[in-house]
Design a protein. Structure first.
Length: 345
């Protein structure tokens, strides 16, 4: 799945609503009508790029123009793909580091060649037993030894600095890779991150404490939420569920992911079915307790509930079969009245 497809998951109806907002923004501001301007206003309207929206709101609050220069800055800082930019930067720094070490090694190698010639000259002088020549050659060798030591010291220092720099770049690369696996709206794993964690889970043998479990959760009547209250409120609901799940899943080995749209998942390695049920029930109760109010009024807008399906991994399970059984349990919860939990077995 491409980075673009995982980043923009809006439905056709949702995209149409965003398009109207984007056109209105573009009409009110000075920047040219081009794909970069469209991308900035689209992500701002979608509400998932919180840093971008904060930067836009700050400029508006100060009555600063949002012209071509501002759009270019906003795009580079908040819209351009973070992981690809980081990989390009890290690759450039790594190349400079390797060139620096290679240059030092080349200089040390050249110095070693000259020192070898000096040693050969001293050997010839010793064989000739010419005292003047021996003194001259010996002085050359001594001077060469000093230069050789200096070159070696420089190379050793460069290698030591290189090791430290490589470790820093490795950490930066890991951070960039980690950010590429996160859903920007909720801060939990995205679908790509889910697939990667599921692959890791399936490759692990189950321990004595229990088998591996997959929990699938889906927001009930989410289409009605969007149709009645608008997609921006729908995004707030998704964000809130993400926060509930992050605070409820406390085991550091467990992973929370946005599987797609309004559906979420919990990967629970080496966990009993009872423990998985307990975590899922906590999320279900906390979600039902959430209250959503209009930003500019005190009237209650809506309550939210989730339906849950849990599957425990069986011998011979692969990713497809485990997801299928968990999904089937989830939709049994839907069919039996929603706001409930069903186990596959």
């Amino acid at each position: 799945m491409s980075a673009v497809s995982t980043r923009y998951t809006e439905t056709k109806e949702r995209s149409a609503e965003l398009l109207r907002q984007v056109v209105a923004f573009m009409g009110r501001h000075a920047a040219a009508f081009n794909p970069v301007t469209f991308a900035v206003w689209y992500e701002h309207s979608a509400g998932g790029n919180l840093q971008l929206s904060a930067a836009v709101d700050a400029r508006m609050a100060k009555s600063l123009p949002i012209d071509d220069a501002a759009i270019a800055e906003l795009y580079e800082s908040h819209v351009a793909t973070a992981d690809s930019k980081a990989f390009e930067r890290i690759g450039g720094e790594m190349q400079q580091l390797m060139q620096s070490i290679a240059q030092s090694a080349s200089q040390a190698g050249s110095q070693a060649g000259e020192f070898g010639e000096q040693l050969t000259g001293l050997t010839d002088a010793l064989e000739s037993q010419d005292s003047d020549q021996m003194t001259s050659r010996l002085n050359e060798v001594l001077a060469g030894a000093v230069e050789m030591r200096a070159s070696t010291d420089v190379l050793q220092r460069k290698v030591a600095e290189g090791q430290s720099e490589i470790e820093r770049l490795r950490s930066a690369l890991e951070r960039a890779r980690g950010e590429a696996l996160l859903d920007p709206l909720t801060g939990v794993l995205n679908r790509k991150g889910f697939d990667q964690k599921l692959h890791e889970l399936l490759s692990q043998p189950s321990g004595a404490d229990g088998s591996h479990c997959l929990v699938m959760l889906d927001i009930d009547h989410f289409k009605k939420v969007n149709d009645t209250h608008g997609h921006l409120v729908g995004d707030r609901v998704i964000q809130a569920l993400g926060e509930v799940m992050r605070s409820s899943v406390t085991n550091p080995l467990h992973a929370v992911a946005r599987y797609g749209g309004e559906e979420f998942a919990i990967l629970a390695p080496n966990t009993t079915l009872e423990q998985s049920i307990q975590v899922a029930e906590t999320i279900r109760r906390r979600t039902k307790a959430m209250k959503f109010r209009h930003r500019n009024a005190n009237d209650l807008q809506l309550n939210v509930s989730v339906s849950v399906g849990i599957a425990r991994m069986k011998p011979g399970d692969d990713a497809s079969s485990l997801i299928s059984r968990s999904d089937s349990a989830l939709y049994r919860s839907k069919a039996e009245g929603r706001d409930r939990l069903t186990c596959a077995d």
